[in-house]
Structures are given as C-alpha cells and as structure tokens.
Design a protein around this ligand. Structure first.
Ligand SMILES: O=C([O-])CC(=O)C(=O)O
Ligand SMILES: [Mg+2]
Length: 388
C-alpha cells in the first residue's frame, strides 16, 4: 500500500450556541482525505478524518508539521509487517518524531485527525467495519451490535427561554433518545436549577438527564451547584471545574455522592493517569469522557484504556466526547459504556449513519467497511466539496 494523495481543508461549523465557557460563533474543523493505491471491491481505499467539535481547525499544524512528516516518510515505515496495509502505531511514531513529551497543547488534535483517516483506511483495506476490526485486534473478538447514545444539547442561545429548552428535550425523545444532556453554569444557580427541573419534567426522570458545566466553576461555585443538584439525582455532573484541576475534582467527590464525569479536555494518557491518581474519581460510578480524536487519536486512546485497566476501571465507565461515527465504532468494538450524540448541533460531523436510526436510546453500526462515513450523505457532500 502507498499513500497517493493527502488533502486537507478548513470547514466552518459556526453557530450562535454557547456553553458556560465558550461561544461557538467562530467554531470550525479540519477535514482530511488520505488516498491510497489499494482498491477493494472496485473502490479506491480513501480514509477520512476530522476533529471533534470544541477545538478549532488545525490547518497550521497539519500543513506545516504533521502532513509533511507523513508525505516525507519512507512508505515502508508506515506499513504493517504484511506490507499491504498501514500500521496506525507506526504512522503515529512517524508523526510524533522530534516532539517533546508533555505540554500537549493542540498538536494532539492535529494528530487525532490523521489517526482517524488512517483507521478508516486500515478497516477499508481489510473490508470490515472499524468496530469489528477493533474487536478482533484490541477487544474480546466481538463488537457490541448497538451502542447506548445520549443526546447532548441544552445550550444557551440568545433569547432562549425555558420553554425552548423543553421543546428541545422533547424533540430528542421524539428522535428515539431516552437520555439527554444540558449545559449549566452560564447563568446563576437558581436560574439553572429552574432549567434543570424543566428538562427533568420532559425526560421523565433525573437519571436520564446529565448536566455539563464545561469547566466553568472554581471550588466554591462547584460545591454550591453540587448542593443544588444533589436532591435531583441527575445522571452525571460534568466538568465542574478546570479539566486539569484534579484537587478540585477530588474535593467535589468528597461532597457529592452521585456520579461525576470529566475527561473531554485531557489529551494524553499521562493526563488521564493523573486524573485517576489525583482526581478522586470513583470507578464504581463516575464517567470518563476522553475523546479519541482530540487526544492524539485512537492509538493514544488505547493507551488510556490500558491506564484505566491498571487503575481498576472498566471500559464500560467510558462514554467518549465527540458524538460522531468514529467514536461510535470505538465504543462498539472496545465495549465502552456508550457514546455521545449531537442530534441538532455540529451537523453534519455529529450524528451517525443514515441507515441506522436511534431506537430506544441505542444506535447500530452499519455493515460497511471502514468508519462508515459513506453512509452519511451530508458529510460525504462536505468531504467531496472541500477535498476533491
Ligand atoms: O459544549 C461543548 O464544548 C461540548 C461538550 O462539552 C460536550 O459535548 O460534552
Ligand atoms: Mg462536556
């Protein structure tokens, strides 16, 4: 196998929504296509990648550093022992040559975009869904046929009232979701609790609603919200404080017994390890949300799962951030606890295959080779428009 072409572009996903920390008014993503000289069933093997929302397009890092390394590599150095397919771990070593440890910054996002396209290629060359390939190579041999997904939304939006939040939650239930997530921390506690109560009224039970503060609070506010939220028993309380403030997380856990969640802004297995060492996260109930694309790709995510195992955690406690078809394949193949979904935001990057509707909170993996982007018509249109 040889890489014959690499194309990259920046695509806007700007919108008026905001969480407690950022507005998405200027949000964009990088898209990437890597073509190979291999054909399977009459189709050229081309891998696609993009970054999860929340971190911006990585054009500079891709163009100036990581794609030149891929282009300049000896093609043999990228291949597995058979010489007929890419080896994602060897590609990763090529990309990360001459990069110092620590200070992960956003290079992890640029590497994650390339890693996604590489896994798409590897599974297509093997003519298998990525979930199945992962189950065989890195799991217990079988993939979960369907994955539990929840609808993430409940953003702040100019002029949005409680009634609009309720309509949004109702819409998610109509789409087939049973669990949802909403933002908190963008308005005072009393106002947020009104929003939370309204959302619970629609979803029917607090255990079906998660809340996400996006790292907004210092300890005092995190604890005040914990006290306000505790009587409801929501599904989880996400990113109360700064993602790297492990002491805050640990102290929150001492005061708040229901599940906590965090991890979407930890971009390396070393950061995830520090969370488990120092963050007071509880393996019997808390949720880890590291995002395989934002954090140097699936190659690094596998290292994170290894760290988890060493600390006595089950992969079932992982529900990755990202809400896309790549993370869905990972959740299925490696038997995670579920996957995020963004039914109405970040389209067409969020969401799953056209042929697999959400049914009672679960979604299936289409029986097609690779990640399955070819079964997402609107996303393929974006790739075709920007990468041809
Ligand atoms: O609002 C965001 O940045 C997305 C987010 O935290 C999530 O999906 O959990
Ligand atoms: Mg979040």
């Amino acid at each position: 196998m040889k890489i014959t072409d690499i194309r990259e572009a920046r695509v806007s996903i700007a919108s008026d929504i905001a969480n407690a920390y950022i507005s998405f008014a200027k949000m964009d993503v990088s898209v990437l296509a890597i073509s190979t000289d291999v054909w399977v069933d009459g189709r050229q093997v081309v891998g696609y990648g993009f970054n999860s929302n929340g971190r911006y397009a990585q054009s500079g890092l891709l163009r100036e550093r990581f794609l030149p390394r891929l282009r300049e590599a000896d093609s043999q150095a990228l291949l597995d022992d058979s010489g007929t397919n890419l080896d994602p771990f060897r590609v990763w070593d090529v990309l990360m040559a001459n990069e110092k440890p620590g200070g992960h910054g956003e290079r992890s996002v640029a590497v994650g975009i390339i890693d996604m396209a590489v896994w798409d290629i590897v599974a297509k060359a093997e003519n298998k869904p990525l979930a199945q390939l992962l189950a065989e190579r890195h799991g217990d041999g079988t993939a979960d046929a369907k994955v539990s997904v929840y609808a993430a939304g409940g953003y702040y939006y100019p002029g949005k009232q409680v009634s609009a939040l309720k309509d949004e939650m109702r819409d998610y239930l109509d789409l087939g979701y049973t669990c949802t997530k909403m933002k908190i921390g963008g308005v005072p506690l009393a106002e947020d609790l009104e929003r939370v109560e309204a959302a619970i009224e629609v979803v029917g039970n607090a255990s079906r609603l998660a809340v996400d503060a996006n790292g907004r609070f210092e300890l005092k506010t995190a604890l005040a919200f914990a006290e306000g939220l505790a009587p409801y028993g929501v599904r989880w309380y996400e990113e109360a404080g700064d993602p790297l403030d492990y002491a805050l997380q640990q102290q929150l856990g001492e005061h708040y017994a229901p599940p906590m969640a965090t991890g979407e802004n930890l971009f390396s297995h070393q950061d995830a390890r520090n969370l488990l060492r120092y963050g007071g996260m509880r393996a019997d109930r808390d949720i880890l949300q590291m995002d395989p694309v934002l954090s140097y790709g699936l190659v690094e995510y596998l290292r994170m799962l290894n760290v988890l195992k060493q600390h006595g955690w089950s992969p079932r406690q992982c529900i990755p951030h990202g809400g896309h078809q790549f993370a869905l394949n990972i959740a299925s193949g490696l038997k995670l606890g579920g996957n995020e979904s963004y039914p109405r935001v970040f389209a067409p990057f969020g969401g799953f295959a056209d042929s697999t509707p959400i049914e009672r909170g679960y979604v299936a993996i289409p029986a097609m080779p690779g990640i399955g982007f070819e079964d997402k018509r609107e996303l393929m249109k974006v790739f075709d428009k920007h990468l041809r």
